[in-house]
Design a protein around this ligand. Structure first.
Ligand code: AMP
Ligand code: GLY
Length: 428
């Protein structure tokens, strides 16, 4: 089978690396890819919003499966575009309809879905320009901290959590009346603050059946001990020690089963991932958000623990045969540490030469923002540059190995968090 994978981050490099191991794979194309995906396939210069060019490429190269990494093309209707066109309707796509992708594309839609299907989540209300004054009164009835969410996709910047009521009111005004978050902020979800510890749970579904993939914890803040600015993710750990059998049973019964029921009941054409962002509050799971894709940087610790042939699973999923799939998971811990450019998540330099990649023998290196130069150099090309993933049968050994291996890599201004996994040691 020829496969087209859309995306260019470490999530996509990890998926490329995994699918490249499948005997079912003939040719793998990654659009647009990075210097890492070149090791597992062929990069193609396609724009992810140019569905017509993607279609032409798919037809020209006899692609049998399209795997969509990021959410934007799904929220924009890529799945429907292919399914509604006679020339491409039979091609398998790991994704879902535009209507279903609203589970990530609209916070208000996702919250209403959770309410309708009794999925535990924070209490909320949604406000628009017309109901701004009600929003102010709603804030006055809540306790600090205040959680305000721009309804639409806002590149990870749409959630604002504030201690101070006046600041919360100002932010609500900026979102609803002053257009600060653009169209994404024309509706705002205000919700109760959930206090607990977060984790990410991943499910693959064909809209009828589902398989649960390994869970993970990601580290979002730039600084040690979860301090400083939010980032796209500084690394991840899988499995999550507090997500024991009892907890995961609750997640399955209270959250996964009703979510899949909801997808079925709404008649969504869904052939892809459900990423459930959860808060564990004293052993009880609550949904913070749905995403319609794999997480990044979670993928870099989750996928290396999947022993089964992921391409075969994808292929069965698109044929509506997920009920026949059993997935084998490696019990080892995977710790993935992200190396980022100095200054990230604010201004940073690009084009720095990366050295030492070939010295890494006992870990996996997944590229994020990298570029291969004509002279063979690999240079930095983004804020998040590389993820180094190490596996071992205990969490402390996996942590040690990840940091030891990562020390081989150098580029000017490189930064990473040295405390990944530390907070989880208390649980085992
Ligand atoms: P989201 O974009 O919905 O994932 O929100 C971004 C981050 O904000 C989450 O990963 C949480 O860390 C935090 N967050 C979102 N909603 C809440 C909430 N209701 N209570 C506490 N933290 C939240
Ligand atoms: N790691 C969080 C995300 O991918 O949105």
């Amino acid at each position: 089978m020829n496969v087209l994978l859309l995306g260019s981050g470490a999530r996509e490099h990890t998926l490329a690396w995994k699918m490249a191991q499948s005997p079912l794979l003939e040719q793998l194309f990654i659009a647009p890819g990075n210097a890492g995906t070149l090791l597992n396939g062929t990069n193609v210069d396609l724009k992810l919003d140019d569905f017509q060019s993607i279609k032409q490429f798919v037809l020209d190269m006899n692609i049998g499966l399209i795997v969509v990494g990021p959410e934007q093309p799904l929220v924009d209707g890529l799945f429907d575009f292919f399914k509604n066109d006679k020339q491409t309707s039979e091609i398998g796509i790991i994704g879902m309809s535009k209507a279903a992708a609203q589970l990530e594309g609209s916070k208000d839609f996702a919250k209403a879905f959770m309410k309708k299907y009794n999925v535990p989540t924070a209490d909320y209300n949604t406000f628009t320009e017309e109901t701004f004054e009600e929003g102010i009164r709603f804030l006055e009835h809540l306790e600090s901290p205040y959680v305000l969410k721009a309804n639409g996709l806002a590149a990870g910047k749409g959630v604002v959590i504030l201690e101070d009521i006046e600041e919360a009111k100002t932010t609500l005004r900026e979102m609803l009346l002053e257009n600060k978050f653009g169209n994404a902020g024309s509706k705002v979800v205000i919700e109760e603050f959930l206090s607990g510890i977060e984790l990410s749970v991943f499910v693959l579904t064909d809209g009828e059946d589902y398989v649960i993939l390994p869970e993970a914890k990601d580290y979002k803040r730039i600084g040690e001990g979860d301090t400083g600015l939010n980032t796209g993710g500084m690394g991840s750990v899988s499995p999550v020690p507090f997500a024991d059998e009892e907890f995961m049973n609750k997640v399955e019964q209270r959250i996964i089963i009703p979510t899949i029921e909801g997808i079925k009941n709404e008649g969504f054409d869904y052939k892809g991932f459900v990423f459930i962002g959860l808060m564990n509050i004293d052993g009880e799971p609550y949904v913070i958000e749905y995403n319609v894709r794999l997480g990044d940087p979670e993928t870099e610790s989750v996928v290396p623990r999947i022993k089964s042939d992921l391409l075969e699973i994808f292929s069965q999923l698109t044929k509506q045969q997920l009920s026949e799939v059993t997935i084998e998971i490696d019990s080892d811990y995977a710790v993935s540490v992200m190396l980022v450019s100095g200054g990230y998540p604010q201004a940073y330099a690009k084009g720095k030469r990366i050295e030492g990649l070939q010295k890494i023998k006992e870990a996996l290196v997944f590229h994020a923002g990298t570029l291969l130069e004509d002279n063979g150099d690999v240079i930095t090309n983004g804020g998040r540059v590389l993820a180094v993933t190490a596996k071992a049968n205990t969490l402390p050994i996996a942590m040690e190995k990840a940091y030891e291996q990562l020390a081989n890599i150098e580029f000017q201004g490189a930064y990473f968090r040295s405390d990944l996994g530390k907070d989880l040691l208390a649980y085992k």
